[in-house]
Design a protein around this ligand. Structure first.
Ligand code: ATP
Ligand code: MG
Length: 573
């Protein structure tokens, strides 16, 4: 491709609205242009990257035995109502009405449509297992579309769905997909990390996320991992071994109401009462599908609302506002406590069960109780884990490990769905014993556009993008330094033609620009191998070859430049 015939609108300045380095670089290097929040044009260089990623994904899905199909973008509301997700997904779903005022939505995911497709088609155990996938645009009205392609409102996803006769079959299908994911991301040039994830609104029995580890702000996801074993989980899912030993040295003291004027936060109350935060129980009030709930957790811990929501199995969870708190407790925010609090469900973190003589709010302005003990002062039947994981805590899986954390970009995920969709939409099969059963499903996503940007977030330097070879828009870029020198131009175009004959994809910068501009843009767009034809080189009979990733420069003789450049490109990893 000749630069002058392509469409590569590079910019000198960082675009003002881009926060992430990868977003800035994709804009500056002329790969993407914004249409409106979370919606982008993919320009020719980007399109080539996306096609390369898509091709890798397609090959690995095909190798794994998955079958490519295309499902519609436009979905009738009925299917989403049948699965129960019309209300759950809520505002994230892009909705519209047709001329008959029927509700439709733009697909953000395709469990409903694919389950409806196989219902009535895959009727016998003999037709199973199956895995159907597509690579297609998705729509989600994200609350915070940001970071360019990382969190778009329209984006490209590969989504696959497996159908099995039993759990063992699902385990097998799941493993095949996990193996394929490792191959995909390895081929894209990543060292990928598989971590346990929350099943969230997808429902189901197990999930993993595939994360690209980055140090930058682009890593929206937080991973906790053990330094001893292979435990790794997202912040939504991660747990640790908390303190679950009862302090038997302290006998229960008498409950006492104390005046704590204007002391609302854990820090204020514990400083005032001269006790550590581990001696206080926070009472956090929520509305779960409108019903009041009090979550109890040790003062120094942070509540994990995903765990709370999963425990409650509710659709909507929101913190109670000040008026609701007043109505429920009779006091302002900051003074809620379990003693004497009625009409509210308690969800209790397991560390609370081993505490004694602790501090809680008194449901009275400017007052707390001290020496609270259960079951004497309030009762609960079960406890659960409600805590956010913390660095330095003990691994939940192994004996000696400690948790560490890292940022990551989730580029793919896998879910064991079970029968949530097949039961609700009626995808049943007849098993070997002539019994009718719901199909056991899994679902598997890869963000194609997010993966492309993740590569930039992971691989760049101060001068621009450094595309991993397998997904670079072109293999080689040729620059000739003096655009008015016909001899240079002829040698450069000869090489351009030869390299293409040898099967390489080549971009030649044939613009009437100064050499400096061409060099800068070459660094910016990040093609792995750059070949420079210049005046001095021609005199010496050489071309200069530079690797974008390492900066390594070598000289090749003009006579066999094509063979040498092919070899250099073949040998980079
Ligand atoms: P996230 O937690 O980042 O919102 P998700 O759990 O909603 O992701 P899935 O519904 O499982 O993601 O989608 C599968 C893949 O699609 C994700 O792993 C991610 O790579 C990609 N993806 C999800 N949402 C977006 C988005 N808004 N923009 C770009 N890619 C996305
Ligand atoms: Mg999401």
């Amino acid at each position: 491709m000749q630069w002058t015939k392509s469409y590569i609108p590079t910019l000198r300045e960082d675009p003002a609205e881009a926060e992430l380095i990868s977003h800035k670089l994709l804009m500056r290097a002329g790969f993407i242009r914004k249409v409106t929040a979370g919606i982008y044009n993919y320009l020719p260089l980007m399109q080539r990257v996306l096609l390369k990623i898509t091709q890798i994904v397609r090959e690995e899905m095909d190798n794994a035995g998955a079958l490519e199909i295309t499902m519609p973008v436009l979905h009738p509301s009925e299917l989403w109502i049948a699965s129960g997700r019309w209300d759950v997904v809520g505002k994230e779903q892009m909705r519209l009405k047709d001329r008959h005022m029927r509700d439709l939505c733009l697909g953000g995911t395709h469990e409903e449509v694919v389950t409806d497709l196989v219902a009535g088609e895959l009727k016998s155990y003999r037709q199973l297992p199956k895995n159907l996938y597509q690579i297609q645009v998705k729509f989600r009205d994200e609350i915070r579309p940001r970071f360019g392609l990382m969190r778009g409102r329209e984006f490209i996803m590969k989504d696959a769905y497996s159908f099995d006769v039993d759990e063992a079959g699902l385990d097998e299908s799941y493993k095949i997909m996990v193996d394929a994911y490792f191959k995909v991301f390895e081929r894209c040039g990543f060292d990928i990390r598989k971590v346990e994830g929350d099943t969230g609104a997808m429902g189901g029995t197990g999930a993993h996320e595939f994360m690209v580890i980055v140090d930058t702000e682009g890593g929206e996801g937080i991973i906790y991992y053990c330094d001893e074993c292979d435990y790794a989980a997202t912040d939504e899912k991660a747990s640790f071994r908390g303190n679950l030993k009862t302090d038997s040295s302290a006998s229960p003291q008498e409950l006492e109401l104390v005046h704590t004027p204007n002391m609302k936060t854990v820090e204020e109350v514990t400083a005032f009462l001269k006790v550590p935060a581990t001696k206080l129980v926070k009472t956090l009030l929520y509305l779960a599908d409108g019903e009041p709930v009090a979550a109890l957790i040790r003062g120094d811990r942070t509540i994990n609302e995903v765990k709370l929501k999963n425990n409650l199995a509710c659709n909507q969870l929101e913190m109670a506002d000040a008026d609701t708190v007043k109505r429920l407790t009779g006091a302002d925010v900051g003074f809620a406590g379990p003693h004497g609090l009625s009409g509210v469900n308690f969800v209790v973190d397991n560390e609370v069960s081993v505490m004694n003589n602790f501090v809680v709010g008194a449901n009275k302005d400017d007052h707390h109780f001290i020496n609270v003990n259960h079951p004497r002062d309030f009762k609960f039947e079960q406890t659960t884990d409600l805590k956010m994981a913390e660095v330095g805590e003990k691994c939940p899986r192994c004996e000696n490990g400690t948790l560490h954390s890292h940022r990551g970009i989730e580029v793919g995920n896998t879910f064991k769905l079970g029968t949530k969709y097949s039961s609700s939409i009626g995808a049943k099969f007849i098993d070997e014993d002539n019994q009718e059963k719901p199909i056991i499903m899994g679902s598997y996503g890869i963000g194609i556009t997010r993966t492309a940007q993740a590569a930039v977030e992971r691989y760049h330097d101060e001068n621009g993008i450094i595309w991993p070879k397998p997904i670079a828009p072109y293999d080689i870029e040729i620059i000739y330094t003096n655009s008015s020198d016909e001899n240079q131009k002829r040698i450069a175009f000869d090489l351009y033609n030869r390299l293409q004959k040898d099967g390489k994809t080549v971009l030649i910068d044939d613009r009437d620009e100064r050499a400096g501009v061409k060099f800068k843009d070459a660094d910016l767009i990040g093609i792995p191998v750059r070949v420079v034809i210049g005046e001095r080189g021609i005199k010496e009979g050489i071309a200069e070859v530079k690797l974008r990733a390492t900066g390594e420069v070598s000289k090749v003789s003009l006579e066999d430049a094509a063979e040498k450049v092919v070899e250099i490109h073949d040998n980079i990893s």
